[in-house]
Design a protein around this ligand. Structure first.
Ligand code: NAP
Ligand code: MG
Length: 401
């Protein structure tokens, strides 16, 4: 076939270890034969990040601001052991953190559902998309140990340092602990708008939960900001699209989610999102089936898999052993990015291609061909699942594509 032409390049962010291996194969086997792929390539592999003093990460994020759509491979966030392993100049920061900071974005995580792979919560028939506020609360908190006999106050000063307000938090009879957390209206508002836009674009209901009955100022502020933005900017569009926006107590949201069939955007405060995203991901089966997209308030997109670089598989592959690593979430990063690029540039063939690639991938699994992580989860009458090695799985998808 004649290859599909692109107009604007995708920002391509290469990564590390097993996902770097899959990255190259996905392009070679599933994309380049059909698409005249145009990318601006940034190597975010740890070696290159170290070589460039991590400037490459910043450059790739800035390129995303410029072009609007990026596709990212999983990358190593270095720890002490990685500093030794790669002989690094420094323990570089998490690339995802750097990119998120520059894009000021929200991460949406959505499971990829295939027939035959039943979630641990059997009533969940549609994906639950989870949005986590990635600023403030306990993640930027100040904490202290307090001795018995001491007092802790909440103290607010003006720009000159004059006291504006002082509230006793607790008068300690015995040793204890205290914590100060904050958030800012600007960040909560940007988060709200990004979520409302996502729900509209994906035509799904949106649920927000917080603890406003107990936290009458702090959590209540989240409720109020969302409500105000909804009323003034989104209500009409939601009603037109037949969608609901629901605010309720976080406890109530959890109960509703459990008995729902899925299919909504679940908007979480920072800590709730941290915890609940792991629960939701596990309940849907495999980390290899969880996609992720970072969306900025002004509509820039960075698509990626939710999992990491799958280190254990990489060491096996490097030693020449067979691996059966799930490439689905990484394929979804590519299809998400290609479809979005097609939509923005009005190239329907490109968007259509991305949808076909997703369909081919799902039908490969649904007909019994999959990677090892899915085998114990797969149950479909009359089909005995076949475990394929990493590259063979991609080839199998290509046959259908
Ligand atoms: P991980 O790479 O997600 O892997 C954890 C385990 O989950 C794997 O050992 C594997 O289990 C299973 N798994 C994950 N993805 C899989 C896939 N696609 N197919 C099959 N099995 C899969 O997490 P990690 O081991 O905590 O982190 C490894 C590296 O990734 C770290 O250096 C970390 O910094 C980085 N990381 C990057 C990102 C990102 O770039 N977004 C996110 C998380 C972690 P078995 O070994 O039992 O098969
Ligand atoms: Mg977590």
């Amino acid at each position: 076939m004649e290859k599909i032409k692109m107009i604007t390049p995708l920002v391509e962010m290469d990564g590390d270890e097993m996902t770097r291996v899959l990255w190259k194969w996905i392009k070679e086997i599933l994309i380049e034969p059909y698409v005249d792929l145009k990318t601006e390539y940034y190597d975010l592999g740890l070696v290159k990040r170290d070589e460039t003093d991590d400037k490459i990460t910043e450059d790739s994020a800035k390129a995303t601001l410029k072009y609007g759509v990026a596709v990212k491979c999983a990358t190593i966030t270095p720890n002490a052991q990685r500093v030794k392993e790669y002989n690094l100049k420094k323990m570089w920061k998490s690339p995802n953190g750097t990119i998120r900071r520059i894009l000021d974005g929200t991460v949406f995580r959505a499971p990829i559902l295939a027939k035959g792979i039943t979630p641990y919560v059997p009533s969940w028939k549609k994906p639950i998309v989870l949005a986590r506020h990635a600023y403030g609360d306990i993640y930027n908190s100040v904490e202290s140990k307090v001795k018995g006999g001491q007092n802790a106050y909440l103290l607010i000063t003006d720009t000159e340092g004059n006291e504006v307000e002082r509230k006793l938090i607790h008068s300690f009879d015995s040793d204890g602990i205290v914590q100060g957390v904050h958030n800012v209206d600007k960040s909560i508002s940007a988060f709200a708008r990004t979520c409302f836009n996502y729900a509209l674009e994906n035509k799904i209901d949106m649920w927000l939960g917080a603890k406003d009955t107990i936290s009458k100022t702090y959590d209540h502020r989240f409720k109020d900001i969302f409500a105000e933005i909804y009323e003034n900017e989104y209500k009409a569009e939601f009603e037109k699209a037949g969608l609901t926006y629901l605010y309720t107590l976080i406890d109530d949201v959890v109960a509703r989610v459990m008995r729902s069939e899925g299919g909504m955007l679940w908007v979480c405060k920072n800590y709730d999102g941290d915890v609940m995203s792991d629960m939701v991901a596990t309940a849907y089966g495999s980390l290899g089936m969880m996609s992720s997209v970072l969306v900025s308030p002004d509509g820039k997109y960075e698509f990626e898999a939710a999992h990491g670089t799958v280190t254990r598989h990489y060491y096996k592959w490097r030693d020449g052993q067979e691996t059966s690593t799930n490439s689905v979430a990484t394929i979804w990063a590519w299809t998400g990015a290609l479809a979005k690029r097609g939509e923005l540039d009005n190239i329907s063939e490109l968007t259509d291609f991305a949808k076909r690639l997703e369909k081919a991938t799902l039908s490969t699994i649904e007909s019994g061909y999959m990677t090892g992580d899915l085998i114990p989860l797969f149950k479909r009458e009359g089909i005995t699942p076949v475990k394929l090695e990493s590259r063979a799985f991609l080839k199998k998808i290509a046959e259908r594509l």
